[in-house]
Design a protein around this ligand. Structure first.
Ligand code: COA
Length: 686
């Protein structure tokens, strides 16, 4: 089956008008091929082999909420963000949409729901990832930091890496047997089986850049009986090596053999002079990388290299430590891990983007779903490409690999002598033109600016965590979301469109929808919390709260109720964002020609405002002391991930230095104050 870019290319070649966007309404070729494009989009990323093996057909389908429900909720969620004029305009637009276009588009989506495993999957995947032209580092790929290890010699690194690979191969065998235990929801209708398909997409997959949208290489599912060739890519000093980890003629490499292969790389890479920093291209804007990749593909050798990378199980990046001064900043809250004298923000920077072209950014392949990063000074982590899976599944996999490698600590560290017969790993040689080098220079410049612009902060709040919050009979997730609202309000005197990812894995091929935390109830509560009056009393400045604690508590309880409802609605598939996106895409799918205007609710400034998430949040829980963070999704926005532990909360806060209105230091301070204010309110003497 053709991939979407292949179809697109064919359409462009066939179109007699040579229109770049292949939707010339007067051209019959365009019109009929548009249909093919839609079909290709429909089937993109599907692997029929999934359906039976992991019981997708036994999982409920993602619901399609009623039109009335979504429009009413949308109107409500926009109340804190619009002025009076905007509210009236939106009400009228929604009324018109509900009467005119809405019912027809809803009927189309109902039809899609009947014929597809998940009616929203491709709409969402394209909108969230594949059609997003932004560079992957910082903008899309999260970074994860594991507690640093102690690597005394290069043998320690090679041994640890080989154990991670053994665990990855064990895991792959389970996937091949389609035997991964089904996970179940632990709360809100506990026991419901969760869709496991994300796990089957993580290993062996890769994002492929495209001029008009990316695609995904997804590894075909192997059957349990067939032993297939498997390889991984190891990158060291910007040089890529292909390491065979399993071959049809000799089976899996042993841990010792893997260790010897990695030792060879650690030994070989420093001897090479100026390897081309090819990995930098993967950190460029997607359409530019797509063009650069097309050039590389002209050479057969390069074509083979790119194919090997896409099809590899995963990438291991053997890094140099960043200097301690990199991203050096005054961190708020408790001190966490350090490797050498590097702090956690420095470690996180290494995992998110590698530090720029002078450090480890060329030691990456940002398109690859899994990049395990091991640094000479013991810093360890992950950079992962997001389009195949959410953080929760990736974290579960990584923790499994880590715990295996940890359990082997101290066992036979030196490889046995008998491993010498293996051929060394293949160093990937590139055949490059002047233009390729020019592209790498441009990509380096772009990435260095992005790296410099990232304002990133790891804020460990150690005053309390899940235990205290649960003792207040509040959902910890709801609590943290409302604390984030209060922090934002304290800084800006208003709320903003807020995104929180809610897993919809209770449904077949479920990914996420958006919990919108900036509710009218939250606004009323944060306003009450912030109404202060300063007075002069006997020459001393005294601050009064204008709203009583009882009233604040009452408003808090209302905000909690609303936020809990919103969270549950989303995880039960009744969110509004996916539905609105579906209605918008349905309007495109069913329009008589491509220039047909979208219904006004999607072109109005209110829709843009609703989707400008200046606060992009996500709970990323880990079982150990690792954490995951990501960049903001808007130039003036914040990224805020949180990991709620028993007695602490780890926040990763991000923003851009180039923004005149954001600052992670100020946000961390406002957040700390908000969390403390909230505790004081909830524990005040009755
Ligand atoms: N009183 C006391 N305890 C409560 C409570 C209440 N009112 N409400 C919930 N709790 C408890 C729960 O029972 C649970 O207990 P446990 O830790 O013993 O299991 C705990 O508090 C946490 O529950 P809660 O905070 O409500 O929700 P959650 O952990 O289920 O998380 C979401 C909510 C939305 C974050 C989660 O459903 C989700 O979707 N996660 C995926 C997010 C994601 O995709 N992130 C990665 C993006 S890349």
């Amino acid at each position: 089956m053709c991939t979407l870019p292949q179809v697109t290319k064919k359409i462009r070649t066939l179109c007699k008008f040579r229109c770049r966007k292949f939707h010339h309404s007067r051209c019959g070729t365009c019109r009929s091929l548009l249909l093919i494009k839609r079909l290709a989009r429909h089937f993109q990323g599907r692997e029929p082999a999934f359906t039976q093996s992991i019981g997708l057909s036994q999982l409920p389908k993602l619901p399609l909420p009623s039109l009335e429900q979504t429009l009413a909720k949308y109107e409500k969620t926009m109340q804190p963000l619009l002025d009076e004029k905007g509210k009236v305009k939106l009400r009228n637009l929604l009324k018109e949409f509900g009467e005119k276009h809405g019912p027809r588009l809803q009927a189309y989506l109902l039809e899609q729901q009947k014929i597809k495993q998940n009616w929203a999957y491709d709409y969402w995947l394209n909108d969230m990832y594949l059609k997003n032209p932004n560079a992957l580092p910082v903008n899309s790929n999260p970074g994860m930091v594991f507690p640093p290890r102690k690597f005394t010699t290069i043998l320690d690194i090679a041994r640890f890496a080989s154990r991670l690979l053994v665990a990855a191969l064990d895991h792959k065998e389970i996937l091949n047997r389609q035997n991964l235990p089904i996970e179940r929801a632990t709360s809100r209708e506990p026991g419901q089986p969760l869709c496991m398909s994300q796990y089957y997409r993580i290993l062996g997959s890769c994002r492929i850049p495209g001029e008009y949208g990316d695609s995904q290489y997804l590894s075909p599912q192997s059957s349990s009986s067939s032993l297939v060739n498997e390889h991984v890519i190891v990158i060291c000093r910007s040089q890529l090596y292909c390491v065979t980890v399993q071959a049809t003629d000799r089976g899996r490499l042993s841990e010792d053999e893997l260790c010897a292969q990695i030792l060879h790389i650690l030994d070989d890479a420093p001897c090479l002079n100026n390897p081309p920093p090819i990995g930098l291209l993967t950190g460029w804007k997607r359409p530019l990388w797509a063009e650069a990749r097309a050039l590389l593909l002209l050479d057969e050798n390069n074509r083979r290299n790119l194919d090997l990378i896409s099809k590899s199980l995963l990438v291991i990046c053997l890094d140099e430590a960043l200097p301690p001064s990199f991203n050096c900043r005054l961190q708020r809250g408790a001190k966490g891990h350090s490797a050498g004298n590097r702090d956690e923000a420095n470690l996180a920077a290494q995992m998110l983007h590698g530090g720029g072209s002078s450090y480890n950014s060329a030691n990456r392949w940002f398109d690859k779903t899994i990049q395990i990063i091991l640094s000479g000074d013991g810093a360890c982590g992950l950079c992962y490409e997001h389009s195949t899976a959410e953080g929760v599944t990736v974290i579960n996999l990584m923790e499994k690999l880590w715990s295996y490698a940890d359990s082997k600590m101290g066992e036979n560290e030196v490889p046995t002598a008998s491993v010498g017969h293996l051929p060394p790993p293949e160093r990937l040689e590139w055949y490059l033109t002047k233009e390729d080098y020019l592209n790498m220079e441009k990509a380096a410049k772009f990435l260095d600016n992005l790296v410099k612009d990232l304002d990133f902060q790891v804020f460990r709040f150690n005053n309390y965590g899940k235990n205290f919050i649960k003792s207040c009979s509040v959902s910890p997730d709801v609590y943290v979301q409302l604390a984030l609202q209060l922090a934002y309000y304290r800084l800006y005197g208003k709320l903003t469109a807020t995104y929180e990812s809610a897993s919809t894995r209770r449904f077949a091929l479920g990914r996420v929808d958006c919990i919108r935390s900036a509710s009218p109830e939250a606004l009323t509560w944060v306003t009450a919390m912030s109404q202060l009056k300063e007075d002069d009393m006997l020459g001393k400045k005294v601050t009064f709260h204008l709203v009583s604690d009882e009233e604040k508590l009452r408003l808090w309880n209302e905000a909690v109720r609303q936020q809990t409802r919103e969270m549950i609605d989303n995880i039960l598939g009744e969110g509004i964002d996916i539905h609105l996106l579906g209605l918008k895409e349905a309007a495109k799918d069913t329009s008589p020609h491509a220039n047909f205007p979208l219904p006004e609710i999607f072109t109005d400034s209110s829709y843009r405002l609703a989707n400008t998430f200046l606060l992009s949040t996500s709970q990323v829980a880990t079982s150990g002391d690792s954490f995951m963070g990501y960049g903001p999704v808007e130039p003036n926005g914040y990224g805020a991930s949180y990991n709620i532990k028993g007695d602490s909360i780890i926040f990763c806060l991000s923003a851009f230095w180039s923004s005149e209105i954001t600052s992670t230091s100020r946000f961390a301070q406002a957040l700390e104050e908000s969390l403390n204010m909230l505790q004081a309110l909830l524990t005040r003497p009755q």
